[in-house]
Design a protein around this ligand. Structure first.
Ligand code: NAP
Length: 269
């Protein structure tokens, strides 16, 4: 059945792949950007939206409701990634990370959910990350924002259990998207050459891993199946098996082995 779907952050990467895939399935897809100039040549319906702004969120949602009468699916994908030393993280950068990755999603849910609850149906898909299931060196604020999203998503699902609205979280591993170029890097300000070297080694390895990762088309294909499912699962881990198995390793390995494994992975073991 044709559904009315809003994908936030559809100008590039995972959001673009998801909006394209859903559009190809025949759904009515609105894909958002903060700058409509960036979405001149897309097949879905571009819509302006800054998830950090109440008025922008309300205006975008009201526009879709006016045009289509309902929103069936909200894909909370918009996000960015901040890196920096956890031991010297500028609080302003940490807050900015949460404004987009966490409060942006809270804001979009607050704006869209009253209509879904009234319609007694709907689907919220939150874009988490494998980083929402484990700590990662020099990515503490990104990790923390995705952990917060885990807790919020589970609570929301429990509250909406009787309403007909379903809530799903996706946990992708590394995918090759412009998140690499868009990443915000806190400056290293301490006089500590060994830690400074570790910080920049981790950044280089993050970028290398993302550059070598798959295109996000697989996430778009999976999302189409989730949207079509009568009973979607609560969570979907998506990515290379070598990465999606890591949350399980975290459960079974002694903590210090797991920390060493992750530091080795990022070249600072
Ligand atoms: P991306 O290519 O940089 O795309 C980010 C999208 O978010 C853009 O379309 C951008 O749109 C939008 N955005 C950023 N700030 C926004 C704001 N304040 N309001 C509205 N939209 C905003 O990155 P991506 O890799 O596709 O990431 C998408 C999501 O997947 C994020 O939540 C990320 O955490 C998650 N994820 C990515 C990976 C990965 O390896 N790539 C892995 C796990 C999870 P405009 O700039 O056009 O407004």
């Amino acid at each position: 059945m044709k559904k009315v779907i809003l994908v936030t952050g559809a100008s590039s990467g995972i959001g673009l792949a998801c909006a394209n895939a859903l559009q190809e399935k025949g759904h009515v897809v609105y894909g958002s950007t903060r700058d409509l100039q960036r979405m001149k040549a897309v097949s879905f319906r571009p819509i302006e939206l800054d998830v950090t702004d109440d008025t922008s969120a309300r205006t975008a949602v009201e526009h879709i409701l006016k045009m289509e009468g309902r929103i069936d699916v909200l894909v909370n994908n918009a996000g960015n990634c901040v890196v920096g030393p956890a031991y010297a993280m500028p609080v302003a950068m940490a807050q900015k990370q949460f404004e987009v990755n966490f409060f942006g999603i809270v804001r979009m849910c607050n704006t869209v959910l009253p209509g879904m609850i009234e319609n007694k149906k709907g689907l919220i898909v939150n874009m988490g990350s494998l980083a929402g299931l484990m700590g990662l060196p020099y990515q503490s604020m990104y990790v923390a924002s995705k952990y917060a999203l885990e807790g919020y998503t589970q609570s929301l699902r429990m509250e909406l259990r009787s309403t007909g609205v379903k809530v799903v979280i996706l946990n992708p591993g590394d995918f090759n998207t412009p998140i690499t170029q868009n990443r915000e890097k806190a400056p290293f300000t301490m006089q500590h050459p060994a830690l400074e070297k570790a910080y920049y080694t981790v950044i280089a390895n993050i970028e290398k891993n993302e550059g070598a990762a798959a295109s996000p088309a697989a996430i778009g294909a999976r999302l189409c199946k989730i949207v079509a499912a009568k009973h979607p699962a609560h969570r979907y881990l998506i990515g290379q098996t070598g990465q999606t198995i890591v949350p399980l390793l975290k459960q079974i390995l002694p903590g210090r082995w797991f920390d060493k494994l992750m530091n080795d992975y990022y070249g600072i073991g």
